[in-house]
Design a protein around this ligand. Structure first.
Ligand SMILES: CC(C)(COP(=O)(O)OP(=O)(O)OC[C@H]1O[C@@H](n2cnc3c(N)ncnc32)[C@H](O)[C@@H]1OP(=O)(O)O)[C@@H](O)C(=O)NCCC(=O)NCCS
Length: 208
């Protein structure tokens, strides 16, 4: 719990300093303007995460919480106060998800084997029809706009097709224009607008 509070305090404190998220995980936060235009000197490695690795598990939990922090302004409160969004809740979800054949959790590593992004997708059913659902994704600021989220998306679409998914679906916060642009540029279109804990758009792409 202390780790979470540290993360919240540090993120809200500054957008340009190193954010020490826990004893085991460090997330770097730099201004978006600096993040843009940075070229990687070597390619990323993308692979399924190893659920036996505490380091990888901790990164996923922190990345998921960073995703919520950045993409859901409504949640910019202490995540411990929201039952299903705290560190332990994420940890349980990832451990359970790793055992599910219908879910895929990918991580991206840079040339120094630092974990720099993640993506979680799952095949769900509606009226007995399988469809692919995008659950969470995060790219550390200094590696953004280098195509990592697009690469995760293409991997996810391949997975959905291998599972005979009829369509792919994602819920995008109404204010998350960057994410919406990414999905629209890959053939997704807005199918619905809903309000629950926040207002989001449902984007879909037919796969058959
Ligand atoms: C959204 C996010 C995952 C994008 O990751 P990324 O690796 O930088 O994305 P990509 O480099 O693959 O960009 C793909 C496309 O998305 C769009 N895009 C991404 N970031 C953008 C930005 N800041 N402004 C405008 N468009 C943007 C562009 O269309 C881009 O294509 P282009 O670079 O050819 O113009 C990343 O910004 C992030 O982690 N944000 C915080 C967490 C979050 O919002 N997660 C999603 C909610 S679940």
């Amino acid at each position: 719990m202390k780790r979470v509070r540290t993360w919240v305090d540090m993120v809200s404190d500054s957008s340009r300093v190193v954010v020490a998220a826990s004893e085991n995980v460090t997330v770097w936060s730099t201004p978006r303007s600096l993040a843009r235009g940075v070229k990687m000197s070597s390619p990323f490695t993308i692979r399924p995460f190893d659920p036996t690795s505490e380091r990888e598990l901790n990164h996923l939990c922190v990345f998921s919480m960073m995703t919520l922090w950045e993409s859901r302004p409504e949640l910019r409160v202490d995540p411990d106060s929201i039952q299903d969004f705290g560190f332990e809740a994420h940890r349980k979800l990832y451990i359970a998800g790793a055992a599910q054949p219908n879910a895929k959790c990918l991580i991206a590593l840079d040339s120094e084997a630092k974990i720099v992004g993640h993506s979680v997708v799952v095949v769900r059913h509606q009226d007995s029809q399988p469809y692919g659902y995008f659950w969470s994704r995060y790219v550390v600021p200094q590696h953004r706009r280098q195509g990592l989220a697009r690469t995760f998306l293409k991997e996810a679409l391949r997975f959905f097709q291998s599972q005979s998914a009829a369509w792919a679906e994602v819920h995008v916060h109404v204010e998350n224009t960057p994410l919406r642009r990414l999905f629209e540029s890959e053939g997704f279109s807005v199918a619905d607008r809903r309000t629950d804990r926040w207002t989001y758009l449902v984007l879909r792409k037919d796969l058959v």
